[in-house]
Design a protein around this ligand. Structure first.
Ligand SMILES: [Fe+2]
Ligand SMILES: [Fe+2]
Length: 489
């Protein structure tokens, strides 16, 4: 059966999948093989469909994401997320950043085969990127070898991956900030969404992948804490819903490291963070997505998720000893140190250390992220205020102090309004900052976009020792429709 147009749901996705599959297929199949021919046709038709809109298509990996021309491509599902991260790895191993496809009206399957073979041949060369660039010069499909990519306009993309809305940020220059941490973060996201898919389809999940991804993050964490912590606060709102679990894992691990836990203990802690809400797959999806207030019965159902998480963890294919360590914090994460939360029982013993840590991370991430029932997230200052009110009740006071110290009063990504009527986005708070005064990038409103300005230091004083700028208000970046990742990374 030949592939036809109606089968192609999302052309950019198909193009990326083909770039992933075809180099393998060309190696194992004869040119007339059915699967191979079908895949070639899908690739060709997707390219042709996209060429209707724009005559040049550049797929470029940039800081852990894929851009089509200037628009960011959001993975449409978890399988696509995995494809994208694998593709980026394979490009990176060749020293490339992606591919450009220029419209060719008489494109044949043979043209595609030649291109795919060249990719495979490049692997055998000492400098694959250079060789492939030379080999493909002037043709319709060429590798991207220059690193200098400016996200001229960061679009929000729709489900088809097409840019919608107005351009957000003009990001001058490029930086290689945290590429590695960024990669382990996106891998963690892919793993978590894979877990959910597997659970829903009734497959057994094995601990290996999750452990690897957590170990990766722990390495990054012990190397430089700031990087991962920033990634968890600079969240990408348009990414997977599993962001929450990854963030809770990261925030828990950072807190664990701060209080001096060993690397091994931090890995276990990270896994419990990753799994703490696993039981949500057993709560009806309508409830998870519900925007209105829960009825009493609905709330009772939602409350079951901590117990469900325990059951789900018990089904994971892993060592019993490890599982025994992993079940307690998910069970406890809504219980509170005063044991007034849920699951309700009169037989609770005091909360475990990991349970207390995960509860703090969970509260913070839940409060500062946009959820279905609260589309506008709180700013970190408000969130920390609420959490301070819970200190000694639901949350452990001592751990909370360490946590507040760790995330800072003005976490990365927070928007600050100065007494000079400027708007700036927090980039970092140096450990020695006066009164936790941060460094922040000025954001200047231009016609149709926002330009990232200079880095300013809120600790700076004039000759008389007065602060040059003061913070008068702070906002959550999404209040302005901004994604911190587009400004800071
Ligand atoms: Fe939960
Ligand atoms: Fe949670």
């Amino acid at each position: 059966m030949m592939a036809n147009h109606s089968q192609i749901v999302n052309h950019p996705d198909t193009i990326l999948q083909s770039l992933m599959r075809l180099p393998q297929l060309v190696k194992i199949h004869q040119p007339n093989n059915k699967i191979f021919v079908e895949n070639l046709a899908l690739f060709r038709m997707s390219l042709q469909a996209e060429w209707e809109n724009q005559s040049e298509l550049s797929f470029r990996a940039h800081r852990g994401r894929i851009y089509l021309n200037n628009g960011k491509l959001a993975p449409s599902n978890s399988a696509m997320g995995t494809t994208i991260s694998k593709l980026m790895e394979s490009w990176e191993s060749k020293g490339m950043y992606g591919f450009t496809f220029t419209r060719k009206d008489d494109l044949t399957d043979q043209d595609i085969v030649d291109f795919i073979r060249a990719i495979n041949q490049s692997y055998a060369q000492p400098n694959p990127a250079q060789w492939l660039e030379e080999e493909r010069k002037g043709t319709w499909a060429r590798p991207i070898v220059d690193q200098d990519f400016k996200i001229a306009v960061a679009f929000v993309t729709d489900q088809e991956g097409r840019p919608v809305g107005r351009p957000l940020v003009w990001n001058k220059g490029t930086r290689t900030f945290a590429a590695k941490a960024r990669r382990s973060y996106s891998r963690a996201l892919a793993v978590v969404s894979g877990l959910d898919d597997k659970l829903l389809s009734g497959d057994t999940i094995s601990i290996a992948k999750s452990r690897r991804v957590v170990q990766d993050m722990v390495e990054a964490l012990f190397h430089e804490e700031r990087l991962l912590l920033n990634l968890s606060t600079i969240r990408d709102y348009d990414d997977y819903t599993c962001t929450h679990c990854v963030n809770v894992a990261i925030l828990s691990m950072c807190l664990g490291k701060r209080i001096g836990l060993s690397k091994m203990a931090v890995v276990t802690l990270g896994l419990t963070g990753l799994f703490h809400d696993l039981g949500k797959v057993d709560v009806p999806i309508e409830l998870i997505r519900k925007t209105a207030k829960f009825t009493k019965e609905e709330y009772e159902t939602v409350k079951n998720h901590s117990l469900f998480s325990v059951l789900r963890i018990l089904q994971i294919n892993a060592d019993h000893k490890l599982k025994a360590k992993l079940i307690l914090p998910p069970f406890e994460h809504h219980l509170g140190i005063d044991l007034a939360g849920y699951p309700v029982s009169d037989k609770h013993s005091p909360l475990s250390l990991f349970g207390r840590i995960v509860a703090i991370a969970d509260h913070y991430d839940a409060l500062t992220s946009s959820r279905s029932y609260r589309p506008v997230p709180m700013n970190p200052e408000q969130a920390l205020d609420i959490m301070t009110d819970l200190s000694g009740k639901a949350l452990d006071p001592l751990l909370l102090k360490v946590f507040i110290n760790m995330v800072g009063i003005y976490p990365v990504g927070t928007l600050l309004v100065t007494d000079q009527r400027e708007v700036a986005m927090v980039a970092e708070t140096p450990p020695d900052a006066v009164d936790a005064r941060p460094l922040a990038y000025l954001l200047e409103k231009q016609e149709g976009y926002i330009e990232k300005g200079d880095l300013i230091d809120f600790s700076e004083t004039d000759e008389e020792g007065h602060f040059i700028r003061n913070i008068v208000r702070c906002f959550h970046p999404s209040d302005f429709g901004l994604n911190p990742a587009d400004v800071l990374l």
